[in-house]
Design a protein around this ligand. Structure first.
Ligand SMILES: CC(C)(COP(=O)(O)OP(=O)(O)OC[C@H]1O[C@@H](n2cnc3c(N)ncnc32)[C@H](O)[C@@H]1OP(=O)(O)O)[C@@H](O)C(=O)NCCC(=O)NCCS
Length: 196
């Protein structure tokens, strides 16, 4: 029987430098679809607030890049294992945007979700999104913890919790950091063979 790893052991199992976080485009659609399909039923429910079928996930992935959205992926050995997205108004960035995030079960508890959310918050900050909100089930302690780590205010409803990160303003550091990350991603993409 496979031994259950503790939280600390899972964190140490794969060093953070093996994870490449970068912006995803419609060219990554198949990878994103496959990532969603690999989520367990528990993670699917936590991500979408209810059980969802493979057909739902396929449709969701296909619509993802049609919306005005920014999508980042966490790539490990050429495979996208985590995805975070931000959706704003359908025509322009508005004062409100919604964030969502998923990491495949066997890659959770290694800091990937936290790193993805940090990158998304920076993107929101740089686009003048005044309020980034995320909705999760009440029982989703990890997500609530990550939201609070990013200074979100949590509002509890019956089954759900809404986390709101407010007071987001671009700074020289946040703009430079996003520019640097995107430039590095571009250079990396030129030097890396096509992803699986
Ligand atoms: C929520 C999710 C994205 C987190 O991703 P992850 O890669 O596991 O997250 P990380 O490893 O970066 O961070 C997890 C944090 O939660 C903390 N945590 C773990 N279990 C916890 C618990 N029971 N209670 C409180 N905090 C907990 C960890 O200590 C860690 O915090 P730290 O970085 O301060 O130590 C991932 O679990 C997931 O995809 N879940 C299914 C989908 C989902 O719930 N999406 C959110 C709704 S949109």
């Amino acid at each position: 029987m496979q031994q259950q790893l503790t939280h600390t052991e899972r964190r140490q199992a794969k060093p953070a430098e093996h994870v490449h976080i970068h912006r995803l485009t419609v060219g990554d659609l198949e990878q994103v679809r496959n990532h969603f399909l690999r989520l367990s039923s528990t993670s699917r429910r936590l991500r979408f607030g209810r059980p969802v079928s493979n057909e739902f996930l396929e449709r969701y992935a296909e619509a993802l890049f049609d919306a005005v959205s920014i999508v980042y992926g966490a790539e490990i050995d050429g495979v996208i294992r985590g995805v975070t997205e931000m959706r704003g108004d359908t025509t322009s960035w508005s004062r409100f945007a919604e964030a969502a995030i998923s990491v495949e079960d066997e890659f959770q508890d290694r800091g990937i979700g936290g790193a993805l959310l940090k990158r998304l918050v920076q993107a929101a900050q740089n686009r003048g999104v005044a309020q980034l909100y995320m909705i999760c089930l009440r029982e989703n302690h990890k997500m609530k913890h990550l939201a609070q780590k990013n200074e979100a205010i949590l509002d509890y409803c019956v089954d759900e919790v809404e986390g709101r990160i407010t007071d987001l303003h671009p700074s020289f550091a946040s703009l430079f950091s996003e520019w640097f990350d995107e430039a590095s991603d571009y250079v990396t993409s030129l030097m890396t063979p096509a992803r699986k």
